[in-house]
Structures are given as C-alpha cells and as structure tokens.
Design a protein around this ligand. Structure first.
Ligand code: AMP
Ligand code: GLY
Length: 420
C-alpha cells in the first residue's frame, strides 16, 4: 500500500512511525511533515488545509489510504471531498467532526443522549450571557463554540474574570467567528484523562487511557499549552472504570452520532474529568491527541493499518488491537517563551546520541537547514520512552532529554510524576 499522512507535528511523526511498521505498507508520504518525519517518509510541501492540492496528489500517486492528523482539515470536510473522488481516507466526515468543531453541537449531543458532562448554557447574544454570568457562581468556564487551536476554553476564577473573558470572546471576537457563540459551563474538579477509541460508526475499540500535562510549568501551573508531556496507561483509570467510560460515554456517543445521521468513523478523543460523581466529558476531539498519541501508539503491538481500514469499511469487530504491558512517557522539549512568542531556527544538538531501543524522539516543530536540524515551532520534540515500570520509563525519557540541547530549550521536570 501507499499511505499519505496529513499534518506536521509530533502526532503525525508517531502515526508515520507506526504505519511504517505495517507489513502492508510499501511507501509513506507526509504532507507537509517535518525534519523527523522526512527521515522515514517522503515529505511533500502541501499544506494540511490545501484539500484540492491533497486530492490531486493522492490521485496522481494512487494513494491507497490517507490518514488525517489535525482537526482543521477534518472540519473543512476533507473526508467528504476525498470520498467523493473515490479516495480512501481515515477520519470523520465534516458533520461528524462537528463533535469537536462546535461545542454547542457537542453539548447538545451529550444532553440529548444523557452523556455525563458539565452543566451548561449556550449563548449568541452578549447581554444574555453577561446576565447569566452575573447570576452564576465562580469558578466558571467560558468556551468559544468553534475551533480556537486549543485556546478557546477559559477557566475563570472570579466573576470579573468571567465577564472579561466573555467580552473578549463575544465582543472583541478574539477568535473571530469561532467565538460568535459561547458555551458557559460548570467548573469540574478531578484528574483529567484522555480516552481515545477507534470507531467504524457502530463498534468501538478503546485505546490505552493517557494523561496529558497541559500547563506550561511544573505542578500544573501557568498558562495552558498544546500539551507539555503525557504518559500512559493513566493510573487513575483501572479496567472497571474504563468499562464505565465505555458504557456511559464512548458507546452512547457513537450511538447518538449514528442516530443524528452523523455516523462517526475514525478516532474519537474524549477529554474526561474524573469527578467524585464519576467520569464526565470536558471535550470531544475528532482526531488523535497530541502528545497523547506519542505514548498511546508505541504501546500498541498490532498493525494499525487494518484497524484504520476496518473503521472505514465498517467491520471493526473483526480486527484485534493488542497492547503491550508497559508504560510510555513523553516529555515535550519546547522553545523558550512558548506558549507565548519564541524564536525559531535554533540548531538542535544531540539527536544522534539517542540510540536506546526503548527511546524514540518524535519531532514536532523541526525543519532542516543544510545538514542541521533546527527548531521551527513552539513544541519542538517529544522525547518518548517505554519501560516495564512507570519509574523506568520516566528515567529513560529524562536521560534522553539530558542528551539533547538547543538554545532556549524548556521542558517540564515532573511529567508522569502524578502516576507515582
Ligand atoms: P478544552 O479546550 O475544552 O479541552 O479545555 C481546555 C482545558 O480547560 C481542559 O483541559 C481543562 O483543563 C480545562 N477545562 C475545560 N472545561 C473545564 C471544566 N468544565 N471544568 C474544569 N476545567 C475545565
Ligand atoms: N492534548 C490535547 C489535544 O490533543 O487536544
């Protein structure tokens, strides 16, 4: 098979790395990819959002399977457009991707199908939203309806913060049309866990639960980022709890999507809060998580390509998804200044010193400059290690981080410590 992976981050490097291990795959392209991906796949300079360009490429090269990484092309309807041209593609349709691209829709779905989530109201008139906030208790969470690159949810500790956030979203429109409507919801407390599942529209195969570390600083402090590290399996979710998550959240969601005439085929990401009343949904994403993918896929021992094909063909019950009995830890090395402004083009030193079998460096924001690999984004590398114990995996990951340097490199020192 010839496979095309769309995207350019650590998630896509991990997808390419995993797909490359498939017996069925003979050639992998990645659009647009990064410096790490270019070592194992042919990168082509087509943007992830250039759907016309991607269709032309997939047709010209006779691509057998396209796998979409990021949410934006999915929300643009890339899957519908590929399928119209008879091209095989893994991911949800535009209507199904609304589970991520519209918080108002995902809240409606959860309410209708009794899927546990935070209590909420949605608004498209500022005065009404303002009045609602004035009559609510804080902390409270205000979310832009549409896609906002992971920055659209604002946790407000006080009423004043909430009113400021509301004004920024609805009046100043800091996220453009994405914040024309807002969801205002109850603040949930507990441990956050990401549970992802493959679905063919009817059946699910649940992946290993993972924990992301979103805030920039140790101890989960400071502003949120795209994710500063992750580990799996998440120690807060045992088999009994995973069954509850499947029965009360994942299965009813897939069933609800089918009943809404939006059959969900692809990977569904449930961001959950483990509250004292049980697991509740914080958000759904219509794609693999980043950096969760960097710890989930290395723990899958089965070939992933037949699983993706089964999601498309509607026979997921016929494939197996075997998991390794190990732990994986991913520490993100970021550019100094991230998630604020940062410089690019810093030479990365030490990548060739990583030779351990249980360590894998997934590139996120990197590019080539002559013979050098240089930084090209906020999150630069996902240093990932496996181990029979969480302690081993943590030690291996940080040993590897210690061998890599670039000007201004920043990383959290406590990734996965909450599992100890
Ligand atoms: P989201 O973009 O919806 O995933 O939200 C980003 C982050 O904001 C989440 O990972 C949580 O840490 C936090 N968050 C979102 N919604 C809530 C909520 N209802 N209660 C507490 N924290 C939340
Ligand atoms: N790690 C969070 C996300 O992928 O949305």
């Amino acid at each position: 098979m010839k496979v095309l992976v769309i995207g350019s981050g650590g998630r896509e490097h991990t997808l390419v790395w995993k797909i490359q291990q498939s017996q069925q795959v003979e050639k992998i392209y990645c659009a647009p990819g990064n410096a790490g991906i270019s070592q194992i796949a042919e990168c082509v300079p087509i943007a992830a959002t250039d759907i016309k360009g991607l269709i032309k490429f997939a047709s010209d090269k006779h691509i057998d399977l396209t796998v979409v990484g990021p949410e934006i092309p999915l929300a643009q309807g890339i899957v519908d457009d590929f399928q119209e041209k008879g091209l095989k593609i893994f991911g949800p349709s535009q209507k199904a991707a609304e589970i991520e691209s519209s918080k108002v829709f995902s809240k409606y779905l959860m309410e209708k199908y009794h899927i546990p989530t935070a209590r909420y109201e949605s608004f498209d008139v500022f005065d009404r939203a303002e009045e609602y906030v004035k009559n609510s208790r804080s902390p409270i969470v205000i979310k832009a309806d549409g896609l906002a690159a992971g920055k659209g949810a604002i946790v407000c500790q006080t009423k004043k913060e909430a009113l400021d956030a509301l004004r920024k979203l609805m009046v100043d429109r800091i996220f453009g049309d994405a914040s024309r409507r807002v969801v205002i919801e109850e603040f949930l407390q507990g441990e956050e866990v990401s549970v992802l599942a493959f679905s063919d529209g009817t059946n699910i195969k649940t992946l290993i639960p993972a924990q992301d570390h979103k805030p920039i600083f140790d101890g989960d402090t400071g502003p949120n980022t795209g994710g500063m590290g992750a580990y799996a399996p998440a120690v807060f979710v045992d088999d009994d709890l995973l069954k509850i998550i499947e029965d009360t959240i994942l299965k009813p969601t897939i069933k609800g999507m089918a009943l809404e005439d939006r059959p969900y085929r692809g990977v569904l990401y449930a961001g959950l809060m483990m509250t004292h009343e049980g697991p509740k949904v914080i958000e759904f994403n219509c794609r693999f998580g980043d950096p969760e993918t960097q710890v989930i896929l290395p723990l899958i021992t089965s070939d992933i390509v037949p699983v993706m094909e089964a999601c498309i063909d509607g026979n997921l019950e016929n494939v197996t998804l075997e998991k390794a009995n190990q732990y994986a830890v991913c520490v993100i090395m970021a550019s100094g200044g991230y998630p604020g402004s940062y410089e690019k083009g810093k030479k990365i030193i030490g990548l060739d010193r990583i030779v351990e079998k249980n360590v894998k460096i997934f590139h996120a924001g990197t590019s080539r400059r002559g013979d050098d690999i240089v930084t090209a984004g906020g999150r630069v590398l996902g240093v990932t290690a496996m181990g029979l114990t969480i302690n081993n995996a943590i030690r291996r990951a940080y040993d590897a981080v210690g061998k890599i340097t670039f000007d201004g490199a920043y990383y959290r020192k406590d990734i996965a410590f909450k599992a100890l």
